[in-house]
Design a protein around this ligand. Structure first.
Ligand SMILES: NC(=O)c1ccc[n+]([C@@H]2O[C@H](COP(=O)([O-])OP(=O)(O)OC[C@H]3O[C@@H](n4cnc5c(N)ncnc54)[C@H](OP(=O)(O)O)[C@@H]3O)[C@@H](O)[C@H]2O)c1
Length: 228
């Protein structure tokens, strides 16, 4: 039995992580921006903690609540996609900065403040849920254009994860980026081929098999590496 902290666990992929981890008997700390509205997460029986991952005061409050508790695996899942299909003429600068705050800065803040909990854990693993849309190589090879805020925030998450993997190696903490596939959620939309449960089952197989030698990598659902 291990302890997993999953951000954005009230719906979508995060909720599926909580469901599957609880089903197999793990301890789950699920975060939600509005815990009182996280009805499905509450019904699963997992612990709920409030968190806005892009707000350092909120992250610090979470770390305070969890002081002294070990966390084996941190899953930075929370994310936003404010500009689907929008071209440069439609980019809202504030929405772009808010997207960076949540997708690129949020996982770093959570890692920074929960690192002592991870050091006390058995896996010492931070999994940042990224996207292949953050792959500059894939954008060069055939990106669809647009989606500036989301794609560049996930590319920034990739860079932040590589740097953090180096920085935290000396503390024994591994950091990887994991792409969940195209998933039928509020974000992914109804045309997505994967259900959250399909995606999470495959991601858990990858996560369960990770060793420290894979720190600093960007992984697909089957555990193969995605080009940066
Ligand atoms: N779905 C896909 O096809 C797909 C593909 C590639 C990558 N991803 C990535 O997978 C992750 C989960 O996506 P999803 O499809 O499950 O999205 P979703 O259904 O839109 O759920 C997003 C989750 O993130 C939370 N969240 C948003 N802003 C937050 C903040 N500032 N602080 C804390 N939590 C916040 C949301 O909470 P609220 O309910 O309070 O808004 C919600 O729980 C994201 O990082 C996303 O980029 C998804």
């Amino acid at each position: 039995m291990a302890t997993y902290l999953v951000t954005g666990a009230n719906r979508g992929i995060g909720l599926a992580f909580a469901r599957q981890l609880l089903t197999r008997g793990e301890v789950v700390i699920g975060t939600a921006r509005q815990p009182e509205q996280a009805v499905e997460l509450a019904d699963l029986g997992g612990e709920i903690q409030p968190l806005d991952c892009g707000d350092e005061a909120s992250v610090q409050a979470l770390a305070g609540s969890l002081a002294g508790r070990s966390i084996d695996v941190l899953i930075n899942n929370a994310g936003v996609f404010p500009d689907r299909g929008k071209g440069l003429d439609e980019v809202d600068p504030q929405a772009l900065l808010d997207c960076y705050r949540v997708n690129a800065l949020g996982p770093l803040l959570v890692l920074r403040h929960l690192a002592p909990n991870l050091e006390d854990g058995s896996r010492r693993l931070c999994v940042n849920i990224g996207s292949q849309m953050g792959s500059i190589t894939r954008a060069i090879e055939g990106g669809r254009g647009g989606d500036y805020a989301y794609s560049s925030s996930k590319a920034a998450l990739n860079m932040n994860s590589v740097i953090a993997a180096r920085d935290y190696r000396r503390r024994g903490i591994s950091v990887v980026v994991l792409h969940p596939g195209w998933v039928h959620t509020d974000m992914g939309g109804s045309e997505a081929p994967l259900t959250p449960d399909d995606s999470v089952a495959r991601m858990l197989t990858v996560i369960d098999g990770l060793t420290p030698s894979r720190t600093g990598t960007f992984l697909d659902l089957d555990g193969t590496e995605i080009p940066w």
